[in-house]
Design a protein around this ligand. Structure first.
Ligand SMILES: NC(=O)c1ccc[n+]([C@@H]2O[C@H](COP(=O)([O-])OP(=O)(O)OC[C@H]3O[C@@H](n4cnc5c(N)ncnc54)[C@H](OP(=O)(O)O)[C@@H]3O)[C@@H](O)[C@H]2O)c1
Length: 270
């Protein structure tokens, strides 16, 4: 049985990303800091934030004093900051807020309709050159948009972070990313709680004596997809890290896959 909580994915940059991370959207202030500190105690080594989550300072406080290289921090830049100079300034501000010298992964949060991809990727290459960012990636990009970025980027595109959970089939984009060596991260991996009401997932939860959340996370990780469930309580943090003592059979993996439901939670305009 594969122990998955400490598993890492090697990115095209050569850096390694822990497959299990903590999503931090809607966690703010002292509460965010406390949850992140608890997460570190439990074993989480990967945190997902963004310049518009309002919690980069809290992330910084939670990791302060620890071994920076032992944690993997992802942040994201808003589309309005995708021109080269704006991008560099946005990254500088994120680093200042987190009081760190570098980000492990910097993502374009969602595509811009107006700023050309080559302009943005030139900025990303500069951030890598200046060692402000170790790996570069995208979020909410479809296949056509990823192709455009790939055609102009001098730095490897390491990651695409997309909405992905048992209630949303992403076969096309996941296959494309896999083909291109782009790691996939599933955001909203619990479908923001909607997986708890799904009959197939509930049946499997009973069969494996695990929760619907744990079935969903294990399903994604067994496909080498990174997951960043958000948790606002220690109880949920612990539960989402408790994934090592069971393994979904190939038939059950396939059964979830075959549900092929198309529930979209986040409107990304892309
Ligand atoms: N790139 C993007 O555009 C984008 C978009 C959306 C999200 N994200 C990232 O993905 C992360 C996760 O997505 P999300 O917050 O939308 O949804 P999610 O992780 O699918 O679901 C979070 C919800 O599930 C609950 N929950 C967590 N663990 C649970 C457990 N073990 N049992 C029962 N309930 C549990 C949480 O409750 P509590 O809060 O009470 O613990 C919360 O209500 C975000 O925090 C963010 O970092 C990125």
């Amino acid at each position: 049985m594969e122990q998955v909580t400490r598993k890492e994915i090697t990115l095209k940059s050569g850096h390694r990303m822990p497959v299990l991370g903590l999503g931090t959207w809607q966690l703010t202030g002292r509460h965010a800091e406390k949850i992140l500190s608890k997460a570190l105690d439990i074993g989480y080594r990967h945190f997902d934030t963004a310049e518009n989550y309002g919690n980069e300072e809290a992330v910084g406080r939670a990791i302060a004093g620890g071994d920076r290289d032992a944690v993997f921090i992802t942040s994201k830049v808003e589309p309005r900051h995708l021109r080269k100079a704006d991008l560099i300034e946005a990254c500088e501000r994120s680093l200042e807020r987190m009081r760190t010298d570098y980000l492990d992964l910097y993502l374009v949060h969602w595509p811009s309709e107006t700023i050309p991809e080559d302009v943005t990727m030139e900025g990303m290459a500069t951030l890598v050159d200046r060692k402000m960012v170790r790996s570069v990636g995208l979020s909410n990009f479809n296949v056509a948009r990823i192709r455009k970025v790939l055609s102009v980027s001098d730095v490897p595109i390491c990651n695409n972070q997309i909405e992905y959970h048992p209630l949303r089939n992403r076969d096309d984009i996941v296959a494309f990313c896999r083909d291109q060596g782009i790691a996939v991260t599933a955001y909203s991996p619990l479908a923001q709680g909607k997986v708890f009401d799904n009959d197939v997932i509930r049946e499997m939860a009973r069969k494996y004596d695990k929760s619907a959340a744990q079935i969903s996370l294990r399903w994604l990780i067994q496909m080498d997809v990174a997951v960043i469930p958000k948790a606002a309580s220690v109880k949920h943090l612990i539960a989402n890290y408790d994934l090592d003592d069971f393994e979904l059979s190939p038939e059950d993996m396939d059964r979830i896959h075959r549900m092929g439901i198309e529930t979209r939670l986040i409107d990304t305009h892309a």
